[in-house]
Write a protein that binds this ligand. Sequence first.
Ligand SMILES: Cc1cc2nc3c(=O)[nH]c(=O)nc-3n(C[C@H](O)[C@H](O)[C@H](O)COP(=O)(O)OP(=O)(O)OC[C@H]3O[C@@H](n4cnc5c(N)ncnc54)[C@H](O)[C@@H]3O)c2cc1C
Length: 172
Amino acid sequence: MKFNLLSDERDVARLMFGLKLGLEIISDTHMAGVMNEVFTANGQMVKSLWRRNVKNWLQAAFIAGCFDVAPLRRLLLAHAKLDVRALIDDSAELRKWALSRANPPHHVSCTCRMGRADDAGAVVDPDCRVRGVENLHVIDASVMPTLVRANTHLPVIMIAEKVADRLRAEHR
Ligand SMILES: Cc1cc2nc3c(=O)[nH]c(=O)nc-3n(C[C@H](O)[C@H](O)[C@H](O)COP(=O)(O)OP(=O)(O)OC[C@H]3O[C@@H](n4cnc5c(N)ncnc54)[C@H](O)[C@@H]3O)c2cc1C
């Protein structure tokens, strides 16, 4: 699926603003005593460890062990360390870094939102019926009016259970 994320400059500007704020916070001298190296993870490598098997378990345990020992951690992160100050001072560099690293979360929703009859932007009514189309319901994460503040899987199941009960009652 291609979402064309960050194709709108306003989104890029918001992302840059948030990133810069975060980087400024971690570069504050008060933070120095409570944090170690700032680095960006190698996404491909992290992804390769998702599969549960003995080899990945050993590899993950080795990396975690190294992270607990400062000299080993620094050695491991030699190429991944982030120059926070340089990113804060160079907007073009920050932009390049942000665009190359940004990933969408896996909580796609709200593309077909539910709303009241006077809501011109609502696609389905509160019973998940598609407005203007007979006998068609949409019952999934897309009907969420706004993105939920937690994970989406359980709310989707709740929406589906509720609407299924209503439909069953209607057809009894
Ligand atoms: C990698 C990943 C990790 C996630 N982790 C979590 C998590 O830890 N916790 C959490 O709460 N949520 C998580 N989510 C989000 C959660 O899985 C989704 O929000 C939820 O599954 C959305 O439900 P849905 O019914 O809207 O869509 P889906 O679950 O995507 O269901 C859509 C269904 O429609 C089918 N379909 C598509 N097109 C057609 C077609 N033309 N004809 C017939 N069938 C079709 C698909 O095969 C699919 O079965 C994660 C999502 C991803 C991708």
